[in-house]
Design a protein around this ligand. Structure first.
Ligand SMILES: Nc1ncnc2c1ncn2[C@@H]1O[C@H](COP(=O)(O)OP(=O)(O)OP(=O)(O)O)[C@@H](O)[C@H]1O
Length: 477
């Protein structure tokens, strides 16, 4: 039997004052004296612990007693003037070192008040050896639209326990969403409590970089206000979303990020739009190859891409692990809208098999040799898209069922906060992505290009095209 049991966490007393049946008869004055000493000790402890409240209160009381109301008025006025001056002179530092820390103190106080009840009702309190132990609220940091609460978990808990209770916690603390991410040290978890919504407005098209960075293509905005960058090197991209979820905006944000590369010949876009060119048609001059009606031609296009990937792989084997695009050997990107038309709905069996085989080769061998696929699909089920596992990067937009989320984003992602089935229809272009090195999904909104902006982009950056097998030189649509 261990001498001492170590259980990290905070013990919840049964009540503030515990009275036991006396074993020894203690005189009343001694009992009262002891309680008085305890009360004094508690007062001193609280005074020191809440120094950020007690010290200013002491100072204000002294100021009032010494100088009266004038003293207080001068202090409040000069503090407001300094704060206002700082705000107008340098807003970022004012927020970072002035406002956020003050707000964090206040929020810590608010969370602390509800902490015990929240942990117990969210089933995050642990009962051990007749004691109730709850996670410890360690620190609160505020930032625009979100609070980050560092929590030390009770021994035996893992961040996923908090992820599973995130919805309860969101309701308890009155915030829009709670995300649980592993903390900086073992045994800790960071709860990100999201308040406002940086994504409620449509995101305008982002600037086009003169030379695209294939490791960081700007696509839209993350909910923490940063730009969402997609890494294309080494991956294939699948976009999944119900009808009207904004799959088109992901495709066009992506094409825009590559547009300068298209005009300089560093990138070739090959478009496959089985819906008759409804989606990609507006940007035709950007595409080197384009197939919209003829499925045989789509199969040929995919087979050509597969051969290219195999040839490049054979040539580069042992030389490099990542192909670097040049004008002589550009990066090929197959843009496929409504992939299910090729892999599932197509009735001609032979053609379907050819397409599946070629797609499998491109997806598996093209990643490292500069032959990439970005494909959109509505239905993520395995029978609709058998090659789903060959897309390392998945973008999950609004989905109709909760069960689809893990199919698309990965196991446990819904529990970790990818609430794709909760995205309102009024927010097209909003979805969840996994960022590198972060197991929790990030909510993003992709930039939206109007038809006019797409045509304008095609005129500016379009180069040449081969449509349904016929070559047509020249940029203008
Ligand atoms: N990122 C976005 N920001 C704001 N509005 C958007 C965004 N994306 C799409 N929309 C709006 O939502 C509508 C539907 O979008 P879109 O047609 O791209 O969806 P979809 O997923 O491609 O649908 P479908 O599967 O039917 O083709 C658009 O007409 C547009 O008005």
């Amino acid at each position: 039997m261990p001498l001492v049991n170590v259980i990290r966490g905070e013990q919840v007393p049964v009540s503030a004052l515990n009275v036991r049946t006396p074993v020894l008869r203690v005189p009343l004055w001694a009992a009262l004296g002891w309680q008085l000493v305890k009360a004094l000790a508690w007062l001193v402890k609280t005074y020191v612990r809440l120094w950020y409240l007690t010290l200013p209160a002491t100072f204000l009381t002294w100021l009032y007693l010494r100088y009266g109301w004038q003293g207080l008025a001068i202090l409040v006025g000069s503090t407001a003037a300094i704060g206002g001056g700082w705000w107008f002179a340098h807003q970022t530092s004012c927020l970072r070192f002035g406002w956020w820390p003050i707000l964090a103190r206040y929020r810590r106080f608010v969370y602390r008040r509800r902490w015990q009840a929240a942990m117990v009702t969210a089933k995050l309190a642990v009962s051990y050896d007749r004691h109730i132990v709850i996670p410890v609220l360690k620190r609160v940091r505020c930032q625009a639209g979100a609070d980050r609460v560092l929590v030390r978990m009770v021994t035996g808990q893992i961040p996923d326990d908090f992820a599973k209770a995130s919805e309860r916690l969101a309701h308890t603390f009155g915030v829009r969403q709670v995300k649980a991410i592993p903390g900086p040290a073992f045994g800790t978890v960071v709860l990100v409590l999201l308040r406002g919504d940086a994504l409620h407005r449509t995101i305008a098209p982002l600037p086009v970089a003169a030379v695209p960075d294939f490791t960081a293509l700007p696509m839209g905005l993350c909910e923490d206000g940063t730009v969402y960058m997609l890494r294309l090197f080494g991956t294939q991209v699948l976009i999944v979303g119900a009808t009207g979820s904004g799959k088109g905006s992901v495709i066009w944000s992506f094409i825009r990020a590559l547009a300068a590369g298209v005009s300089t010949g560093l990138v070739e876009l090959w478009g496959i739009d089985p819906k008759g060119g409804m989606e990609l048609g507006m940007g035709r001059p950007l595409f080197t190859r384009f197939a919209t009606h003829n499925f045989a031609q789509m199969a040929e296009l995919l087979e050509e891409a597969a051969q290219l990937a195999q040839a490049r792989a054979a040539r580069l084997a042992g030389e490099t692990r990542q192909h670097q695009p040049t004008q002589a050997e550009p990066l090929i990107v197959l843009v496929i809208d409504e992939l299910a038309n090729l892999t599932h709905y197509l009735t001609e069996r032979q053609l379907k098999d050819r397409i599946k085989a070629a797609l499998g080769i491109v997806l598996s061998q093209g990643r490292a040799v500069g032959v990439h696929v970005i494909a959109a699909i509505q239905d993520p089920r395995k029978e609709v898209l058998p090659a789903r596992g060959l897309f390392p990067t998945r973008i999950a937009l609004r989905l109709s069922e909760a069960a689809e989320v893990d199919l698309v984003a990965g196991d446990g992602m819904r529990d970790r906060g990818a609430l794709c089935d909760r995205i309102p229809q009024s927010q097209p272009g909003v979805g969840y992505v996994a960022l590198e090195g972060d197991p929790t999904p990030m909510r993003v909104r992709f930039s939206y290009l109007t038809d006019k902006q797409i045509k304008q982009m095609a005129r500016t950056y379009g180069r040449f095209r081969v449509i349904e097998g016929e070559a047509t030189e020249g940029g203008a649509a």
